[in-house]
Each structure stands twice: as structure tokens, then as C-alpha cells.
Design a protein around this ligand. Structure first.
Ligand code: ACM
Ligand code: ZN
Length: 441
């Protein structure tokens, strides 16, 4: 019995999980009364840096959904690629969806890219609906927009001609916040994307938006002056508020990374997603003023990080109180989300290697009440999940790992495998099962 259809679905996932722990045929007699600790249980996938096929995206969704994840946060645009079809702005796909080479330091020189058609997006949204998952699209703005600017140079302050990025990192060319035409573009593209996603939330990124260009741009500076803003940080607040007004007209709630909370004049009906490692006092200010947040703490939930930097234990033992969220304000936390950025994740094997087993830890944390959690019990239970992953052909990473980081050691090991140090990456080798953790202890 469930309080809703979704509740019954999550109950079925529990039943499945009991199957892995037994022989799958007989069950212990038991009664489970259960409910989620958090309503928002998210998994994010970056398809901008590396592109994944619809089948791979669905496989990812199925895997996380079996662990009661109910939000798929789909990162669809970035400096290195625009990954969603636009009929209004076709250059976003013709130019913005392709980069000159594979990029990210790879020696592969062929053109790289692709995008999801609107029909493919509709198909994924329907697939998720059947699994009680909401899909939140992310169209990052005003930063992480080199691919859009490569397609439409007039979107930037100086109209510079750019190529779609092949390098990682933060890029200083961003959307100009002083031109009405920028907002026309943003609203135009948002309208097109909104139509495809019924979810109440809409993510506009807003992270890592350098202000170099805004400082030099007469139009951005005029907007600051005309609106009585103090500086470029407040100009981003002005930008966010304008986009928020537009989203609200479409019955959407804006989500943005915690950088957007820096401006003083910000509507508090937006949701901040707290990812930065450095403590951000603006997050606490936001919740004290009535705002909501999602927690994606870098040291616990960033699965693009190395397995020895963000360990399964870090993910499992994460507690909001230790990240300066006051205990009496936990009601402001909608939930947690794990982040799967793809600069260093080129294919589905690497993706699954990184998410499994850390993703299981996050899934348990966001579902189970703190009082019933136990890391030693978790470690024991995931051994059975590994058999299940093996049966499905899913690569997975070790749950605890002690990799030596020292260069000489890696060089020696690389030589043993006939690789240059440049090509050598322990995790990559492990993901290919060329070596296992015992070799590199
Ligand atoms: C982020 O990782 N830049 C949100
Ligand atoms: Zn400007």
C-alpha cells in the first residue's frame, strides 16, 4: 500500500532490493513501513562536455531509479556543446552542438558533438514519467555559454567570434546582461525548452560567471547605473530576477547554483543548489530569508571527482549540519543531488564506474532517516548489489580506495603498462578492468 502511485513504485524498488540480498526466489516474512527522508532525490548528468546516447541516458535513469531517485537533472548546455534542438535558433545546433575536436586534452582530432532532438527529449521525459521521475532541464546562463555565443556572437558584450570550447574550465566570455536582445534570446529559448518539460522546476545554472567582460561593457555598466545596482554581482542578481519573472509567468520555479545567491536583491522564491566546497554565507542568508536549497556538496556528491577524493564514505556520512546548515533549518532543504559532470567521463562505462557505489550511498542518505543509517551495514549490503551490477554488465568502482597520488609511483606503473604518464590515469585503467585496486595500493 502506498500513499500515492509513486509510493507503491518505491515500495516495489525495495522489494527488488530485497531480491538481491536473498536468492531472489524466497523472501523473509516482513513488514516495512517506510517513507523518504527528502522529497527531492536527484541525480544529475552533464551531456554538454561529453555526449551520451538516448539508450545510455535511459540506462543511467533506470539504474538510479532502482535506488528511489526521483529527479533527473539534465545538464543540456555548456561551453563545449549545446545539446538540445532549437527550432527558433537553428545555429545553436548547426554551430553550437559541435566542437572542432574531441577536446579536454585528448589526442583525438575528429569533430565531436551532437544534440537531442525534441522527439528524443519527449521520449526520455515519458520514460521518466513511467518511473515517477521528474526531469529538470538545465540551460546554463549567463556563464558557460561559449557554445551559444559561437552560434550567435551578438549575445556576448563585444560580439566576439568564438569557437565552441574544447578546453575545460571557466571561460570569461558570457552573455551580455546589458542588451535587451540577450533577454529576448533567453526568454525565447526558455519558452522552447519549457514546452518539453512538465516539471515545476527549471534550472538556469548561473554558476561560474566571470565579470571581466561586464566590467568593460558600456551597456552592462549603463544597466548597473540605470537600475541603481552596486556592481556586477548585483547585475547577475538583476539578470536572475528577470529570468525568474519569466519562469514564474510559466509556472516554473527557478533553480540556480549557489553563486546566484550572492546578490542582495534577489527574489527568495528561487531555489539555490549548494555545491561549492568553500562555505558560502549567502546560502544561510537565503534560507533565513525564506528560500529553499538543494545540497550537492562537492566533497560528498561530486562523482566526477576521483574515488580517493570523494569516497563512498564521504557520500554516505554527509550531514547538512556539518556544512553550516543550522539544524533548525533543515526544513529548507528540499533534498540532495549527486553530480555527474562529464569533462573526464567519456562514455557510459566510466560513468557507471563513478556512480556505482557512491550513488548507492547518496540514494540511501536521501531516502533513509539519519537515525537508521549505518556505514558498516551499507558496506556489507552493497556486496550483493555488485553481483547484480555484474549481471547487468555495469562497471563499478571500489567502495574504499587508497591510491597513492605521487608522480614517480604513477610513472613507474604507467611504464609497466606501456603508457605515457600523460595517458595514464589509474581510474581509467580500473574502469577498463585492466588493473584492480590491489595493484595500486
Ligand atoms: C558547478 O559545478 N560549476 C556547479
Ligand atoms: Zn555587456
Amino acid at each position: 500500500k502506498g500513499g500515492s502511485q509513486a509510493g507503491v513504485w518505491w515500495g516495489l524498488q525495495t522489494l527488488l532490493q530485497i531480491c538481491y540480498q536473498t536468492d531472489g526466489k524466497t523472501f523473509p516474512g516482513l513488514i516495512i513501513k517506510d517513507k523518504p527522508a527528502f522529497a527531492y532525490r536527484g541525480a544529475h548528468l552533464d551531456c554538454g562536455r561529453h555526449f551520451f546516447s538516448i539508450e545510455e541516458v535511459k540506462r543511467f535513469i533506470d539504474l538510479v531509479n532502482m535506488h528511489k531517485i526521483n529527479i533527473f537533472h539534465w545538464h543540456l548546455t555548456d561551453d563545449q556543446g549545446w545539446r538540445i534542438e532549437s527550432e527558433k535558433y537553428p545555429e545553436l545546433n548547426r554551430v553550437g552542438s559541435y566542437r572542432d575536436s574531441w577536446g579536454f586534452g585528448s589526442k583525438r582530432t575528429e569533430r565531436y558533438g551532437g544534440y537531442f532532438t525534441k522527439d528524443e527529449i519527449r521520449d526520455v521525459v515519458a520514460f521518466c514519467k513511467e518511473r515517477f521521475i521528474d526531469v529538470i532541464p538545465e540551460i546554463d546562463m549567463p556563464g558557460h555559454t561559449v557554445a551559444a555565443i559561437a552560434a550567435y556572437p551578438e549575445l556576448s558584450c563585444r560580439g566576439k567570434k568564438l569557437r565552441v570550447e574544447t578546453r575545460p574550465g571557466i571561460h570569461k566570455d558570457i552573455l551580455c546582461a546589458g542588451k535587451e536582445s540577450t533577454f529576448e534570446f533567453c526568454f525565447g529559448i526558455l519558452d522552447e525548452v519549457i514546452e518539453l518539460f512538465p516539471c515545476e522546476y527549471f534550472h538556469i545554472g548561473g554558476d561560474e560567471a566571470p565579470t571581466h567582460e561586464w566590467k568593460k561593457c558600456p551597456l552592462c555598466q549603463k544597466t548597473i547605473k540605470d537600475n541603481g545596482l552596486k556592481d556586477e554581482v548585483e547585475l547577475q542578481g538583476y539578470f536572475t530576477n528577470k529570468v525568474n519573472e519569466h519562469l514564474k509567468k510559466n509556472n516554473k520555479t527557478l533553480i540556480g547554483w549557489n553563486e546566484i545567491l550572492a546578490s542582495k536583491y534577489l527574489d527568495r522564491d528561487i531555489v539555490g543548489q549548494y555545491w561549492t566546497s568553500q562555505k558560502d554565507p549567502n546560502v544561510v542568508k537565503h534560507i533565513k530569508e525564506g528560500g529553499k536549497i538543494i545540497l550537492s556538496c562537492h566533497s560528498a556528491f561530486y562523482f566526477d571527482m576521483k574515488l580517493y577524493d570523494v569516497t563512498t564514505k564521504n557520500s554516505y556520512t554527509f550531514r547538512p549540519e556539518e556544512h553550516e546548515i543550522p539544524k533548525d533549518m533543515l526544513d529548507s532543504v528540499l533534498g540532495y543531488e549527486c553530480e555527474n559532470w562529464s569533462e573526464w567521463t567519456e562514455n557510459k562505462d566510466e560513468l557507471f564506474f563513478k556512480i556505482f557505489t557512491r550513488g548507492l550511498a547518496v540514494a540511501e542518505c536521501v531516502w533513509s532517516d539519519d537515525s537508521v543509517k549505518s556505514f558498516s551495514s551499507f558496506k556489507q549490503r552493497i556486496q550483493k548489489h555488485k553481483e547484480f551490477a555484474d549481471a547487468l554488465g555495469i562497471f563499478y568502482g571500489p567502495d574504499e580506495i587508497t591510491l597513492k597520488k605521487n608522480y614517480r609511483f604513477k610513472k613507474k606503473l604507467a611504464k609497466e603498462y606501456g603508457l605515457s604518464i600523460h595517458d595514464f590515469n589509474c581510474e581509467y585503467l580500473m574502469s577498463k578492468r585492466y588493473i584492480n585496486v590491489e595493484h595500486i595500493k
